[in-house]
Structure formats: C-alpha cells, structure tokens
Design a protein around this ligand. Structure first.
Ligand SMILES: Cc1ncc(COP(=O)(O)O)c(C=O)c1O
Length: 414
C-alpha cells in the first residue's frame, strides 16, 4: 500500500459532533496570557508560578535514586486509586495536626488540586446547577465547573475574605432560580487567589453555622495555607465541620507543581464517589511522583523547605508592597496579603485593566492578569488586576511595578 502522509485532509465540522457541555468550556485566560508573555524580557506578574530556583532539585534527585534502587518495581507499577498508603498516612497525620479529624481512609491523592476541583464537578454538579463562590474567585475552579455546565451565585469579599453574612441570600437566590439548592460553597480561606485576603476566624465560625443550618457542603481549597509570612495561623473550616467539608491540599506551592500531587480530605461516605470518579479519569495519580513526595516528607525535608520558601517570598511580597507605595498613583489601592503568592490591586474607574494590558503594558513589557478573569459571570473586576510576587526576583519586581506605575500615571493624565 502506498500511503501519502503529506497529503492535505479535508476539514470536517467537529463542533457539530461535540457534546453540548463543550459550549461552556473555554481556554484558561491565564494559559493564553502566559503564551503572550513568552515575549523575550517581559516581566510577568501574571502566572501563579513558584520561584523555580527554589525547587528542591537535590532532594528530588536523591529521592529518585533511592526509590529506584529500593522500590523501583513498585514505584513504576500501577497503584491504588486512593493513593500510596505511606503518603496517605503522612497526610492524615499532618491534617490531624491542623485539627482536622482525618484517618488515611479520609485521604485521596489527586493529580494536583486542580483534579480535585474537576472531580467535585463530576460528583456534585448536574447541568445548570448552581455553586456558591466568593467573587473574585480562582479561575481554574470556574474552568473545571464550566465543563459540567455549572452556574454561579457569588458572594463579595472584603479585607477579611468572603462576607459570609451574604451566603444565605445567595443560597436562596440559587434555590429560587433553579428550584434546587446549590451543590456546595467554594471557599479559599488563606491568602486567597486572586484577592490575597484571609478569612477571619469569626467568619469561619459563622460560615460553619450557616452551612450546617442550610445543609450546604463546603469546599475548602487551601493551596497556600502553609505559606504564611506574618500573623497567626487560623484553623481550617474543616476543624469546625469536618462532616460537611471537603478540604483540598496540594504540594504544588510547597514542593513543585510538576509533581502534580494534591489531595482531598473528606468524610468516608463520600470517598467512594471520588474514587469512582477518579478511576474513570486516570486510574490513579502517578506512582513515582507519589513515592518521591513521600520520601521527601518522611525524611523531614518538607518543613525546612517551606521555611526557606517563606523567607524568600516574604522578601518578594515586601518588595512589591514597597514598590507599589513608591511608584503607583495615590488613587490606586491593593490588598496586603499575610502569605501566599498574590495581591489584588484596584485602579481608578477610568482604566479598564484588560484594555490597559493589551494596549499599554504589554508594550512596556509587563504583564498581569486583568480582574475580569476571576469573575465567574464575567460581570466585574474591570478596574482590578492580580499581581503575583513569588516568581520574579526582587530587582525585577521593582522594575515591573515601576513600569506599571509610569503607565498608570500616563493613562490617568490623558
Ligand atoms: C486556589 C487554587 N486551587 C487549586 C489550584 C491548582 O493547583 P494544583 O493543581 O497545582 O495543585 C491552584 C493553583 O494555582 C489554586 O490557586
């Protein structure tokens, strides 16, 4: 047979073959933006990237060598959907230390917490069903749940996180609009992505009381809780209402996102559903990455590594806050996060941050994420932006914030 591999194939109309739910699926604005920010020399405050020079390369190398020598056959074999038992045990103990009453049976290892968000959609969301979320909120959660045709009622944030007094009204609205209670409420308690705010203890207690009264499941997404640079830790919502909280954790910000290791802690009655949902996606999380993560944790290397991260990220946060105060017009404002990777800045109403990025700041070779991307109903955030402070070194942060300040002053003067 003579196969012509170079010939052109006719295009067919794929869209007409696809499921209706693909209509709500969009590429992540941040991933698209990250492509734009491949421009050489650009200063990017856009991604949520950890500082690559702080990755624990030596520890991972040692772990790989050790594992392949001692447990190579198991580490390269299929594994249990629930995850590698020693790592589940480590995480259950860790969660216990935070006050969450967990056993290894309550822990499911996932491909990053992004997969946990997708599994939540698969297990909880009927087409057209509402979820409740703070606004702004994590873009990746919207992306995951849009694929399940979710709808959103939102609750505004202030400097103490979600204004939980407004939860009940959002719940009633969802019930009225769809005849069904919302599937769950999504909360980012610590160093919110994108807002940088932390939910106060009083509000966590209030939310626990409201969720219990309304019989509402709570999703507590906590990738940044261990990256605290000042102030006291606040116990997770899961310590108050473990029976109705699905807690999400990840090693992406504390070790490396490329490992793709996250976890869910949830009541045992729910675990089987997540396991079934996960089996259909990927059978299980990568075995070798779980072994490597476990090796680093069991050797006690995680804690000193996080301490090192906190030291460097605190410097970068302080640099960004100082530079904002020095270079930005007084009519702008921003949050002052006690940890995490982001702050949220507001500019005067005459500036639309999407247009400002496209028309001005990319030319000045600085990028950020416009606020609208964090509004699930695309109805706000026009005069806000998310700035990441973990990725760029301090001198680059100063220069990037300076360039943005100059551009802002120019735009306001026109
Ligand atoms: C709030 C939040 N949830 C989940 C994720 C997904 O993280 P990963 O899948 O890398 O664990 C992120 C990543 O930035 C995040 O900010």
């Amino acid at each position: 047979m003579n196969l012509d591999l170079e010939r052109d194939f006719p295009t067919i109309d794929w869209e007409s073959h696809l499921a209706a739910r693909t209509q709500g699926m969009k590429s992540s604005a941040i991933r698209e933006l990250l492509k734009m920010t491949q421009i050489p020399d650009i200063i990017s405050f856009a991604g949520g990237l950890p500082a690559p020079e702080l990755f624990p390369l030596r520890e991972v190398e040692e772990a790989c060598r050790h594992i392949l020598r001692e447990d190579g056959e198991e580490a390269l074999q299929y594994g249990a959907t629930e995850g590698y038992t020693p790592l589940k045990e480590f995480l259950a103990t860790q969660m216990h230390k935070y006050g969450i009453p967990s056993k290894p049976e309550n822990v499911l290892l996932t491909n990053g917490s992004q997969q946990a968000l997708d599994l939540l959609g698969k297990v909880f969301l009927d087409p057209g069903q509402y979820t409740l979320t703070g606004e702004p909120t994590y873009l990746g959660a919207i992306q995951a749940w849009n694929a399940y045709q979710a709808r959103y009622h939102t609750i505004p944030l202030d400097n103490n996180g979600m204004i939980v007094d407004e939860v009940e009204q959002a719940y009633e609205q969802a019930l009225e609009d769809s005849g069904k209670p919302p599937a769950f409420i999504y909360v980012l308690p610590n160093f919110h992505n994108p807002a940088g705010t932390t939910l106060s203890w009083e509000r966590r207690e209030k939310l626990a009381e409201i969720a219990t009264r309304l019989d509402l499941p709570v999703v507590e997404d906590d990738p940044y809780g261990q990256l605290r640079y000042e102030g006291e830790d606040i116990p997770p919502i899961a310590t108050l209402i473990p029976e109705r909280t699905i807690y999400l954790g990840t090693f992406s910000k504390t070790l490396a996102p490329g490992l793709r290791i996250g976890w869910i802690v949830c009541p045992e009655a729910l675990m089987l559903r997540f396991v079934q949902a996960k089996q259909g996606c990927d059978l299980h999380t990568g075995t070798l990455a779980q072994y490597v993560t476990n090796d680093i944790c069991q050797r006690g290397l995680l804690k000193p590594h996080i301490q090192q991260l906190c030291k460097i990220y605190k410097e970068r946060r302080d640099t960004m806050l100082d530079s904002l105060a020095e270079f930005w017009p007084e009519s702008c404002s921003w949050t002052r996060p006690e940890g995490g990777l982001f702050l949220w800045a507001r500019v005067p109403d005459s500036i639309d941050t999407e247009e400002f990025l496209r028309k001005r700041t990319l030319k000045e070779k600085v990028a950020y994420v416009p606020g609208i991307n964090f509004y699930p109903n695309a109805d706000g955030g026009h005069h806000a932006m998310r700035l990441n402070f973990s990725y760029a070194p301090p001198e680059t942060i100063v220069e990037g914030i300076r360039r943005l300040g100059v551009a802002l002053k120019k735009a306001l003067a026109e």
